[in-house]
Design a protein around this ligand. Structure first.
Ligand code: PMP
Length: 354
């Protein structure tokens, strides 16, 4: 049965990745062993890790001499904690654009002073706030490039003179940016990378080792780097499946190619939302996310009919987050445009009948 999965995460991955991952669970690379039973210190896994890290850097246009890549356990929520542990001396700046940045702020507050340099809280995070000149003494500035819950996305990278840290969980590998502007990028892998449970961290080597704090090993980026990402048992299956997805993206033509497809998907859906009388977008137009499209029916009575249509057309996981309401269609890299076409047809039908 063909499903149209608009889940905000964990989300759809390419069908070829599912097939190869399934095959590897039964017989990894014709070794007679399952990927689930190979050692994280085996030659096979070393080569998986090396290739994954190399692909991450190449696709982001970053050099190994300057940046380290880690696949860590605990996912993005753990990075909310690891970032201040490793980078905060006394004061950091955070841009507050919703639930996930608020959670990052809460963790950082345990380590020192947090300056909220901009916030869109007063408008329930429906827009991306302007960032003025920030205090040059901040240890770093943290922001969330795409706000999964509200459907807002930064269109430009903040211009600051302090180290820049970005939670890119829900739009990494989806669009071209000058990634060398960042000192640390992290992302929970369960959107555009792989199965849930891991975070990808890309960190500029020179920003580490600047705090006098004693950092517990599992929290210490430098420790993970020094141990070749094998300080403890790696999530072998998670890293392998992430590599399969990175290979898929690479074969597709990398970030420029997928950005082209993502733009087409987002355009199709936003044009429908703007042209149909019955629906409206939730996020401010200038900051609309190309990954998570939030919308609602002007007359909430139509929701029932829409839900029934979705069920009939196998459209799943499209309900909005409880703090926003309405609906949210997530258009991550692996979602085919055909799924968006089906959704648009459903919206058109509701519009016609209303
Ligand atoms: N940051 C963002 C932008 C997210 O969307 C999410 C999860 N949806 C998180 C952080 C938290 O990720 P995790 O649940 O994997 O810790």
């Amino acid at each position: 049965m063909k499903m149209h999965n608009f889940s905000a995460g964990p989300c759809i991955l390419p069908a070829s990745v599912y097939a190869q991952a399934a095959e590897a669970v039964l017989n990894f690379d014709n070794s007679g062993l399952s990927i689930l039973e190979i050692s994280h210190r085996s030659k096979a896994f070393m080569s998986i890790l090396d290739e994954a890290r190399e692909k991450v850097l190449r696709m982001l246009g970053l050099k190994e001499a300057r940046y380290s890549v880690l696949f860590l356990q605990g996912s993005a929520s753990m990075e909310f904690l690891r970032v201040p542990y490793n980078l905060m001396k006394s004061k950091a700046g955070y841009i507050d654009t919703g639930t996930w940045s608020s959670k990052a702020i809460k963790e950082a507050q345990a380590f020192g002073e947090v300056a909220i340099v901009a916030s869109s809280k007063r408008a329930n995070y429906t827009y991306i706030p302007e960032v003025d000149v920030v205090d040059p003494d901040l240890d770093y500035l943290h922001f969330t490039s795409n706000n999964t819950i509200y459907g807002t996305q930064f269109t430009t990278i903040p211009q600051v003179s302090v180290p820049l840290v970005c939670d890119m969980s829900s739009d990494i590998f989806s669009r071209q940016l000058d990634f060398s502007r960042f000192d640390l990028i992290y992302a929970g892998v369960q959107k555009n990378i792989g199965p849930a449970g891991l975070s990808l961290v890309v960190v500029k080597k020179e920003v580490l080792g600047k705090t006098a704090r004693s950092i517990p090993s599992m929290m210490d980026y430098q420790q993970h780097i020094d141990q070749g990402n094998l300080y403890h048992t790696a999530n072998v299956f998670g890293v392998y499946t992430s590599l399969l997805n990175l290979r898929w993206l690479n074969d597709l033509g990398g970030i420029p190619a997928v950005e082209f497809l993502n733009n087409a998907k987002a355009k199709l859906l936003y044009e429908a939302i703007d042209s149909l009388d019955v629906v409206e977008g939730i996020a401010a137009e200038a900051f609309r996310s190309k990954m998570n499209v939030t919308f609602r029916f002007k007359n909430s009575e139509l929701e029932k009919a829409f839900d029934a249509y979705c069920e009939r057309e196998n459209i799943v996981n499209i309900k909005g987050h409880r703090s926003v309401g309405g609906y949210r269609a997530s258009l991550y890299n692996a979602l085919p445009i055909e799924s968006v076409q089906v959704l648009v047809q459903v919206l058109e039908q509701i519009n016609q009948k209303a």
